[in-house]
Design a binder for this molecule. Structure first.
Ligand SMILES: C[S@@+](CC[C@H](N)C(=O)[O-])C[C@H]1O[C@@H](n2cnc3c(N)ncnc32)[C@H](O)[C@@H]1O
Length: 275
């Protein structure tokens, strides 16, 4: 079988199973061949080596495994990150969390921040790259996620500025280590049905939070209030009302919600310094 034939056959196999079958067939084939997708044409007439191995990848994708877990790569904020099962795949909307945190860090000249729920490390690595003097303590309860974050920190040579800790929330994080809390915590209401690509493959401790999904968000705001520091958090598009009620119940007025490009509520910046 030639490379061109394999592309056609995999395209047919992915039709109906994924949204963009041609693109994904090309990504999988390029991954299998170890070349750039734009250079596939150059190999068109060559015999495909290890065709069985390639179609095993196609089969995994047909079974809804995220393509990022298959290729072990994900793009975030213009860079390529390592990703693997065990860490949430960073989402494009989380780039807004980075932007909001970055603008606060810049305005206040912050030097030491903490990320709760580091996952793959995409947020902390991106912030550390944007601010060469910034130091970050990044926590997570998942050993698998921390191993993936450690790999990204190694690849971007940031081990001297990002410290990973396997703790819950801010356990053991000293006051002077957290001038700002950044977090994209689990916020999907427990029991919500998710599409198979997400629900069957991504770690549930990265997705779900008890009740209406705001439990961790609320806990993080409480911690920010106790410490008198600002917090920037991502949240679900439908969580503005419960979070507003929570802020009101704690007497917190200095909050701004931010939206994504589709106009959906996506997160908030809260400053508890003056409450
Ligand atoms: C939605 S993922 C975010 C990952 C990454 N920061 C991102 O934005 O792509 C949430 C992360 O929080 C972690 N997590 C869940 N509960 C936690 C807790 N109590 N303390 C610290 N991290 C927690 C999960 O293991 C997961 O890695």
């Amino acid at each position: 079988m030639t490379v061109a034939e394999a592309l056609n056959e995999s395209l047919v196999a992915l039709e109906g199973a994924v949204e963009r079958p041609r693109l994904e067939a090309e990504i999988l084939l390029a991954h299998h061949l170890g070349c750039d997708r734009t250079r596939l044409l150059l190999h068109d007439r060559e015999t495909l080596r290890d065709a069985e191995g390639f179609f095993a990848l196609v089969k995994r994708r047909r079974a809804h495994e995220p393509i990022e877990y298959i290729t072990r790569r994900v793009g975030f904020y213009g860079e390529e990150f390592f990703i693997a099962p065990g860490a949430l795949i960073p989402r494009p909307e989380t780039e807004l969390l980075v932007d909001e945190a970055a603008s606060l860090i810049r305005r206040r000249g912050l030097r030491q921040i903490v990320e709760i729920g580091v996952g793959s490390g995409a947020v902390s690595v991106t912030l550390a790259r944007l601010f060469p003097d910034l130091r970050i303590v990044a926590t997570d309860i998942s050993e698998a996620a921390l191993a993936i974050a450690a790999e990204n920190i190694r690849r971007f040579a940031l081990a001297d500025r990002i410290e990973l800790r396997r703790v819950s929330l801010l356990e053991g994080v000293a006051p002077d280590e957290a001038e700002l809390i950044v977090s994209n915590p689990p916020y999907v209401a427990a029991g919500t049905a998710l599409e198979p690509t997400v629900g069957e493959y991504e770690p549930h401790e990265a997705l779900f939070a008890p009740g209406d999904g705001t439990a961790l968000l609320r806990r993080i705001v409480e911690l920010a209030q106790e410490r008198g520091v600002p917090a920037v958090c991502e949240m679900g598009y439908d969580q503005r009302a419960p979070m507003e009620a929570f802020f009101a119940s704690r007497g917190i007025g200095n909050v701004r919600f931010y939206r994504d490009l589709a106009g959906l509520d996506r997160g908030f910046v809260v400053d508890c310094r003056f409450e």
